[in-house]
Design a protein. Structure first.
Length: 201
């Protein structure tokens, strides 16, 4: 890939999908650096936001947490992102045999790194950890990721568009399950935090 830069996934994703199909996905150091950034920046922004502004979950005053609690939450977030990303790669590769994909795991890593990249950009919203504000940012970001998935999967994995649509739909269903499970875990974490705050008071 010639003259590729860090922002190609945002402005020229079609070019990257074509390069993935050719097996040239991470020929640029900038693109090879994308995966660590994808996993590290959202927890980092969350850690900064909880320290500077505190949690805003509908209450009048923000909730500030100790550095240890902030670190635990950020590390848990990082772990959830890792499980979500690598789990999606594994599931996609497992599905690929059903839809006639004959690509290595490198192609799946490359494709999903590009698909999830908008989430990294939108995670800047974590610096201001207001629940309503983050939801407003998250919804169009998820739509953006879905459009990249449906557009890029058949190109990058070199399968017919019909099979690409079916495989993308299957992966979307997996994401919805993961999001529902993550929301349940988030609700339990929020309840635990509120109880902890009341006990310390």
């Amino acid at each position: 890939m010639q003259k590729a830069n860090f922002f190609y996934p945002l402005f020229r994703p079609g070019l990257i999908f074509t390069e993935i199909a050719k097996g040239n996905a991470f020929s640029s150091p900038a693109l090879a650096f994308m995966l660590p950034v994808l996993l590290i920046l959202p927890p980092l922004f969350l850690w900064l936001g909880t320290g500077m502004f505190g949690w805003r979950l509908g209450s009048a005053s923000p909730l500030y947490m100790e550095n240890t609690v902030r670190l635990i939450i950020s590390l848990s977030y990082f772990g959830a992102l890792c499980i979500g990303f690598f789990g999606t790669v594994y599931i996609a590769q497992w599905m690929g045999s059903t839809y006639g994909v004959k690509k290595s795991s490198r192609a799946y890593f490359s494709l999903l790194t590009v698909v999830f990249f908008p989430i990294t950009v939108a995670s800047i919203a974590h610096i201001y950890p207001n629940g309503f504000f983050n939801v407003l940012i998250l919804l169009p970001t998820l739509i953006w990721c879905m459009s990249l998935l449906y557009r890029g999967l058949p190109v990058a994995l070199e399968i017919p568009p019909e099979r690409g649509m079916l495989m993308s739909t299957s992966l979307s269903a997996f994401w919805e399950y993961r999001l529902a499970y993550g929301q349940s875990a988030s609700d339990h974490l929020s309840l635990y935090k509120f109880r902890s705050m009341n006990v310390t008071k």
